[in-house]
Design a protein around this ligand. Sequence first.
Ligand code: COA
Length: 458
Amino acid sequence: MPETATLTLPDGRVLELPVVVGTENEHAIDISRLRAESGYVTIDDGYMNTGSCKSEITFIDGEKGILRYRGYPVEDLAKNCSFVETSQLLIWGELPSPEERRHFSHLLTENSALPEDFRRHFAGFPVHAHPMSIMSAMINALQSYDLPGLIIDDEEEFERVSAALMSKVRTIAAAAYKSSVGEPIMYPRYDLRYVENFLHMMFSRPYRDYVPSAEATSALNLFFLLHADHEQNCSTSTVRMVASGQANLYASAAAGVCALWGRLHGGANQAVMEMLTYIRASGMSVKEYVAKVKDRSDGIRLMGFGHRVYRAFDPRAVLLKDACDKLLNAMQIDDPRLDIARQLEEAALNDDYFISRKLYPNVDFYSGIILTALGIPVEMFTVLFAIGRMPGWIAHWKEIYDAPQTKIYRPRQVYTGPVKREWLNRFQREKGMTDSRGFKVPEELRTTQAPQSQSLPS
Ligand SMILES: CC(C)(COP(=O)(O)OP(=O)(O)OC[C@H]1O[C@@H](n2cnc3c(N)ncnc32)[C@H](O)[C@@H]1OP(=O)(O)O)[C@@H](O)C(=O)NCCC(=O)NCCS
């Protein structure tokens, strides 16, 4: 007998609502027939209690600190897989065979360059344009260069467009950076793997090749892999929303980039570096800063600490911490902010304020430090997050595309604006007249002069 939940409405009617159980034993009340059967809708600001879909891609248990892609713990993937293999797992549901891996790598390489006349669009942005604005615009612009890719009608075409997006987004990101610092845009190389190729396009110059260390490549590979998906977050839900209207993959991914841009979402690792820069510039000791956070009178928080979902250690943070330590030791970087970060981490992990509230360093704390150590400027942090998240967005787009029964995402609302109003003509409104229910025309809409004619242009 399937489980049900019982809902009693204010008028005494009783509804039996089916209960849906996920493979990890998550329970949800299915309200899809609620409005039809009762006239009621539900309301849930911020969707804190709303499952917007069923999905087979990523599982998170925030209480236990669990993150799995297609059933595999991220710890195992981080230890054994590259970002590209993990992307194939996310998009197609299984780890690739050697042949599938070779084929997809080949597609990534073949699709890495931007069309020659596309490159001139970068010159259309002012020098200090934010790279996220360039990136979102350029992904959208890519559609015009791939007209066949706008209508995907078989698996082969989907694979090609997925590879084009994943590969070109990396080329666009590096080109956006080069444009913003006034350096020549570098071509991708056919002999480099995904992460090395990106670092090459970021830091090589026409007259000098940049050769990344193994530690740098490995840290960035891990960064991308750990950002590859995080179930129904703000940007992924945006991608699904746009995809549900049957928008193409480029348009849906560009919308994801825009959603990711916000400080409450992809912008938090930037806030970590800003905090470290502030502590350094103010001359304050770490102890003093932690005391200020705990005092709370200034309302400041320790950026990069705490998480809405993870109440235990964020599993991504554990892995990034380890990579961060290795990278900093290998690179011997002389940046006082990195030293401040280490002191902050130690102070907070041993302080009862943070321990009692289960406030652990989150993924953004270590990723900001890693990216800084790699020489990535702060404005590029969210762009790199977008490169990492691209396979997740593609996987979610595919999940919608593969299910033709998916309805367009179209939530309801509870309207709280004015009820129906009586129409007053312009003269009546300028005289400050009220309608029969007493709505008064606001002061700023009134003029002292009487209208010269009723037929003035509006
Ligand atoms: C991520 C975050 C928004 C989660 O917030 P949340 O789930 O709403 O947690 P709450 O705001 O309810 O915080 C619970 C308690 O911990 C405190 N707290 C939470 N994060 C804190 C932080 N980073 N520094 C200091 N105190 C913090 C709150 O003041 C609150 O204390 P109280 O119970 O005594 O009032 C929050 O931890 C935060 O602002 N972190 C810093 C920003 C950041 O790193 N964001 C990236 C997240 S990936």
